[in-house]
Design a protein around this ligand. Structure first.
Ligand SMILES: [Zn+2]
Length: 498
């Protein structure tokens, strides 16, 4: 959880209201001017983009660095200005579209776009890029997904609009004993999931690569530089399947892309002449960037969940999964039959928050009343919800702590309630301020840009004690070098600050 995202709901409401069903519309393409078929009208896309944007921010959080965000926006705008969206002959509905370029507080290496002008890069991606030219290409690629309305075209093929409804059914289907439930539940928090896993298809990706090269070259960048980044994507995916972002999985083979992009880049160089890489400028901007998970925003360690920034901890039952999102923490047992969601309540007292929860979900309480949560006073409501697979018991315990109202929402099927009750109660009762001062003082790893001071292998620059789950290979990948590669004196390296 991030301290900044305190306003967000706690509860079952994972579905953005009013997802619209797609139907077929024909409108002119911003890229070619010719008519193309889409699943949504342009107006609907703008609305979808706004909703997804809110959810993405809620789920991932924005990286709190205004200077970095302004820098990324500046490059995005420079590339956008060269795009077909900004041509004088482009239909006015597209020409006036404002873009939002956002840096997300996630260590996953990813870039993605939402319809209607939203482009996102993660801090994990920024750490893995080596220069402005690479960033410009990535932004150009994502701008093209928006301009070409690839999501809307895909919606037409996949009846994408209906996927929005799946999230509402998650709780019901999960508890039926579907073995994929835990995965589904943990991943399928909201429509954000759709945005991140949406596959545009190879033709769309090729189109985005093509225009991404053109736009970033026109904006003055040496696109052949992005080759190094494709190599990085390939290395990340072969090192760890779990960190694999959609940017990689939904795209054509990185090797093949790299070749095609090099070819296009050479044509661009012939046409636009000397193009910029801007390495030191870029690296100076990302100096100090948080690397890997940020433990201050919550970390699961040895059977407990700790949140140093908000100074609390609670127990995690043995064998349960923990998923820490920007606005909530989800705990689920292995079978996915018992779920606890820790989050923020709406209201100034526990009782008020409980009432707003009951009203918000139309819950019929079977029980309500005051209780203790650890040493804090709280208020609990319990109700039952009929689902297609049986009756589900929902309990939400609200309590005040350090100026906020927090809550533990737990749910399971009525038949299983006695089996899960001890675990549910144990989690809530263990809530307290962090006892261990070392954990209270945990800090994230940060990037330090440093010039190579002699000609030696990359490995020699590593101390071997890179913390927070980063090993030597991760750093080599991040620097787009091999461990045994000799680094020329003066080259700027991305190392971990001591
Ligand atoms: Zn793409």
């Amino acid at each position: 959880m991030t301290t900044k995202n305190r306003v967000i709901l706690t509860g079952l409401c994972l579905l953005p209201s009013g997802w619209i069903f797609s139907s077929c519309v024909t409108e002119p393409s911003a890229l070619t001017g010719e008519n193309r078929s889409y699943g949504y009208t342009w107006q609907q896309e703008l609305e979808l983009g706004r909703k997804s944007d809110r959810e993405l921010i809620q789920e991932m959080g924005l990286y709190p660095d205004d200077d970095l965000s302004a820098y990324v926006t500046g490059i995005g705008e420079r590339v956008l200005a060269q795009s077909d969206l900004r041509r004088a002959s482009t239909p006015e509905i597209y020409r006036n579209l404002q873009f939002q370029f956002r840096v997300m507080d996630s260590s996953v290496v990813n870039a993605f776009a939402s319809p209607g002008g939203y482009v996102y890069v993660t801090r994990g991606l920024l750490a893995h890029l080596n220069n402005e030219a690479q960033l410009a290409f990535v932004l150009g690629h994502e701008i093209t997904h928006v301009a070409a309305r690839h999501a809307s075209q895909q919606a037409l093929k996949q009846h994408w609009g209906q996927i929005g409804l799946v999230t509402g059914a998650v709780i019901g289907t999960g508890i039926t004993g579907n073995e994929n439930f835990t995965d589904q539940f943990l991943g399928l928090g909201s429509s954000v999931f759709q945005m991140l896993t949406l596959k545009y298809g190879r033709d769309a990706e090729r189109e985005s690569d093509f225009y991404g090269v053109e736009y970033s070259a026109k904006a003055g960048y040496a696109v052949e530089e992005s080759a190094g980044f494709f190599d990085t994507l390939g290395r990340i995916s072969s090192k760890s399947g779990t960190r694999l972002p959609s940017w990689q999985s939904s795209h054509p083979d990185p090797g093949e892309r790299e070749l095609r992009i090099m070819e296009l880049a050479m044509q661009m160089r012939a046409r636009y002449g000397d193009l910029k890489i801007r390495e030191s400028d870029y690296l100076r901007r990302i100096d100090g960037l948080v690397l890997g998970e940020n433990p201050r925003q919550g970390v699961a360690l040895r059977g407990k969940f700790y949140h140093p920034d908000m100074n609390f901890q609670f127990d995690v039952p043995q064998g349960w999964f923990v998923k820490n999102e920007a606005s909530r923490v989800v705990l689920a047992d292995v079978q996915g039959q018992g779920i606890v969601i820790f989050g923020i309540g709406q209201g100034s007292t526990p009782e008020e928050a409980a009432r707003s929860f009951v009203d918000g979900f139309g819950l019929q309480p079977v029980r309500a009343g005051s209780l203790k949560v650890g040493s804090q006073s709280g208020y609990s409501v319990e109700g039952q919800i009929k689902t297609s697979s049986g009756t589900m018991v929902v309990e939400n315990v609200f309590f005040a702590y350090d100026g906020n109202i927090f809550s533990f929402l737990s749910y399971t099927m009525l038949l299983d309630r006695h089996a899960y009750r001890p675990a549910f109660d144990g989690i809530a009762e263990s809530f307290k301020p962090i006892q261990d001062s070392a954990i209270r003082g945990l800090q994230p790893a940060r990037l330090k840009i440093q010039a190579a001071d002699g000609e030696m292998t990359f490995q020699k620059y590593l101390t071997g004690e890179e913390a927070h789950g980063l090993d030597d290979n991760d750093l080599a990948i991040m620097n787009q070098v091999d461990l045994r590669q000799r680094i020329p004196k003066g080259r700027l390296l991305k190392l971990v600050a001591k």
